[in-house]
Design a protein around this ligand. Structure first.
Ligand SMILES: Cc1ncc(COP(=O)(O)O)c(C=O)c1O
Length: 400
């Protein structure tokens, strides 16, 4: 067995230690790995943490209670009872549901209807739970700004119910769902303008209500660019049924298998949004024909369809495809179980930005002689595609 097993691979337990004893210990450890612990570890004070998970584990609620994290949400009796029992000092936001959500990832299962709000607020009163405001989350990638305006209006009605029951309601949480890619900036600004008008109307300046939001995608979508390589390709001759079960027409069509798939970084295709349009790492010759092309994950899973119907020039095994805006609900939610290797992540920052971060952290600027003399010139995938034949600046892995 030498070389196979090591003492450090096991938890050594005393004779007579039962599985249940072991579980108890493991569950206590699990509590220490709550998201809250991560946020605290980067220096966020407890009174700035909002534990907005709609389905909280009791162990995590207890962790929050013992570390002074008070602000959290509820939208049903079960959640309310859990918090009432495990965290009597919690300050709760009641989550309300949107009437409709044009989001491709709607928060269908979350949020109370206005009809059940009064009942929930009364239940909270009976259990002496403090309710300090109203919260909503329209679902990721919300595409209609008017949905925010309607929810703000609805939140005001819920505020009135809370105030009638004697609560001091002073926090409105408008959730997330704001668009993330760089080219949706105009849509973000439109959304912000609609929200601001609704706030002016229903929660005017001076009304004593603090407005908070939980943007996720907005911050991180454009932060990552993903590079996937072609591992195998299959040609479908003209006239044969192609990967989309249709005849491939007068030209051949091509199926490319990539180094990652829908169980990995392209899980957005299953849960969230279509695969972003790929850019080519090597610029093709303008006179080369294009072919109807499909992208698949690593061979072996027929259902691993990343994209179909792309018009691409003929690519070769080993070529790289570049996908922009892969920072939200892609690499973070990928699983190694689908057989795709976890992508390697390389972070890049300009020297000027780094110095700004250092200053922000209260660290003195670095002396000139301490700096690395050469700063790697960085370029991005889509620039590479447009500037022809520039050697890649990233290692042949996953994420830039
Ligand atoms: C409870 C909750 N709040 C906020 C967010 C962030 O949403 P988005 O990334 O669409 O801004 C999510 C995303 O899943 C969520 O579940």
């Amino acid at each position: 067995m030498n070389g196979y097993l090591d003492e450090s691979d096991f938890r050594m337990v005393e004779e007579g230690f039962t599985t249940r004893d072991l579980l108890e210990n493991l569950l206590v450890e699990l509590c220490q790995t709550a998201e809250i612990a991560q946020v605290r570890s980067i220096g966020v004070p407890a009174d700035k943490i909002f534990y907005s998970n709609p389905c909280k584990q009791v162990a995590h609620i207890k962790y929050a209670a013992s570390h002074g994290v008070q602000l959290m949400t509820f939208d049903n009796e079960v959640e309310l009872n859990k918090v009432a029992r495990s965290h009597p000092r919690a300050r709760m936001l009641l989550g309300i549901a949107a009437d409709f959500s044009p989001s491709p990832l709607p928060s269908v299962t979350f949020g109370a209807t206005l009809t059940s709000c009064r009942h929930l607020l009364e239940m909270a009163k009976e259990q002496a739970v403090e309710v300090v405001g109203i919260s909503f989350h329209l679902g990721s990638h919300c595409l209609d700004p008017q949905a925010f305006a309607q929810s703000v209006a609805k939140a005001q009605l819920a505020f009135e119910m809370g105030t009638e029951l004697g609560y001091r309601m002073h926090i409105l949480d408008i959730g997330g769902g704001f668009p993330g890619p760089e080219d949706t900036r105009a849509r973000f600004e439109e959304t912000a303008a609609v929200i601001n008008s609704a706030l002016d109307l229903y929660f005017p300046e001076g009304c004593g209500v603090e407005v908070v939001a939980r943007p996720g995608r907005y911050y991180v979508t454009s932060a990552f660019t993903f590079a996937a390589s072609i591992t195998t390709k299959e040609e479908v001759p003209p006239g044969q049924p192609g990967p989309e079960e249709e005849e491939s027409g007068s030209k051949k069509s091509i199926v490319y298998h990539l180094s990652d798939g829908i169980y990995g970084s392209f899980n957005c295709v299953l849960f969230d949004s279509p695969c972003p349009r790929p850019l080519l790492h090597k610029k093709p010759c303008p006179d080369h024909p294009s072919y109807s092309s499909s992208l698949r994950g690593p061979p072996g899973h027929a259902e691993d369809r990343i994209a179909d119907g792309l018009e691409l020039p003929e690519l070769q095994v080993g070529d790289w495809l570049i996908f922009k805006d892969m920072g939200a609900y892609t690499i973070t939610t990928s699983s190694p179980l689908g057989g795709c290797p976890q992508p390697q992540i390389n972070y890049a920052m300009s020297r000027v930005a780094w110095e700004a971060v250092q200053l922000f952290q209260g660290k003195p600027p670095q002396a000139e002689e301490d700096r690395e003399s050469v700063c790697t010139p960085l370029s991005c995938g889509w620039e590479i595609a447009e500037t022809l034949c520039v050697p890649p600046v990233f290692t042949p892995t996953g994420i830039i």
